[in-house]
Ligand binder design. Structure first.
Ligand SMILES: [Zn+2]
Length: 327
């Protein structure tokens, strides 16, 4: 049997919007054991200290490297593709907004193609432009958590600072949109081992991507489009930006030159654009056993009922294992 993919493992561990127990990954458990072993070795045989120190330093370097790899599941569950249940769909994710000039034009493009997208929004930007958070939700898209300030040194923060950044964005986005985010994406995708326990506490699931266009740096829409569409397949999660978008030679935000081609290619391939939370809802509903009365509770409704989202105890949803998928 194949091991579950990072996405399937994340679905298995998630009851949307509800706090869950943190469980260390094999890498984190191994690093912890190594620290204990190194301390014991030095205590009983002090001459082993160079080996003990070297082992501890090496384990820290591996943990840092895992945090610098956005699509890694070494530090915790991570959506890199949609769940298997979402065959025939892809997800467009649009980061760093809302932006007062770009977000409205992105929304118009999505409307024109009948597509839904997930917007990973920054709390401070949402506070400045709340009308565009409201518009995103009113037009059928999803707002998710991309931290309050989008700090460039986010991956260097300790557990308390990480929690404050993410909790502040949860509160800001829920207050403005009326819907509590279910997903978190780290600024630039960079993180550290303290992040996953905070996400567990807040009932959030980490989401990265299948492919990104680097559209905050690349000024040629054709190049960004090619990066996103090369090997486009069902369950892909694509990353674009409405905030911090690079400008093309005419001064237009690159995302506006990329989206039509991506949406047309998806339609030509028979792929429907969905949101991450819609995919999570259908995956958890599929995995949830029916009650004796034959009814199931929609995870989105559960997430809204638990509106404080932080202190509710909940057990991971039982889930069958799924096949792996590699890129
Ligand atoms: Zn970002």
């Amino acid at each position: 049997m194949n091991n579950p993919s990072p996405t399937e493992a994340a679905v298995a561990a998630t009851t949307p919007g509800i706090a869950r127990r943190w469980r260390p990954t094999p890498l984190i458990a191994g690093a912890s054991a190594l620290h204990v072993g190194a301390a014991a070795a030095v205590a009983f045989v002090p001459a082993t200290w160079p080996w003990a120190a070297g082992s501890v330093i090496a384990s820290h370097l591996v943990l840092v490297a895992a945090g610098l790899w956005p699509r890694s599941a070494l530090l915790g569950p991570n959506w890199t593709v949609l769940p298997e249940h979402a065959a025939g769909q892809i997800a467009l994710t649009i980061d760093d907004g809302p932006h007062p000039d770009v977000t409205p034009r992105v929304l118009d493009l999505l409307d024109r193609h009948g597509a839904q997208a997930t917007f990973f929004c920054i709390g401070d930007a949402a506070r400045r432009y709340p009308q565009w958070i409201e518009a995103i939700v009113a037009r059928g898209h999803a707002v998710e958590n991309h931290s309050q300030q989008h700090r460039h040194h986010f991956s260097l923060l300790g557990p308390g600072a990480l929690r404050r950044e993410i909790q502040a964005a949860q509160n800001t986005l829920a207050e403005i949109s009326g819907v509590r985010p279910l997903f978190f994406r780290a600024p630039a995708g960079l993180r550290n081992p303290f992040l996953e326990p905070v996400l567990c506490e807040l009932g959030l699931t980490l989401a990265s991507w299948t492919r990104r266009g680097f559209d905050t740096r690349t000024r040629e829409p054709a190049v960004v489009t090619e990066r996103l569409l090369r090997g486009l397949a069902p369950r892909d999660i694509l990353l674009l930006h409405d905030g911090n978008a690079a400008r093309d030679a005419r001064g237009e935000p690159v995302v506006l030159g990329v989206l039509p081609a991506v949406l047309e290619a998806a339609a030509a391939a028979g792929l429907q654009c969905t949101t991450l939370r819609a995919a999570l809802t259908s995956a958890t509903l599929a995995a949830q056993p029916a009650s004796p009365a034959g009814t199931r509770v929609a995870p989105d409704r559960l997430a809204n009922i638990q509106s404080d989202g932080t202190r509710t105890t909940g057990c991971p949803t039982p889930h069958t294992s799924h096949g792996n998928r590699r890129r």
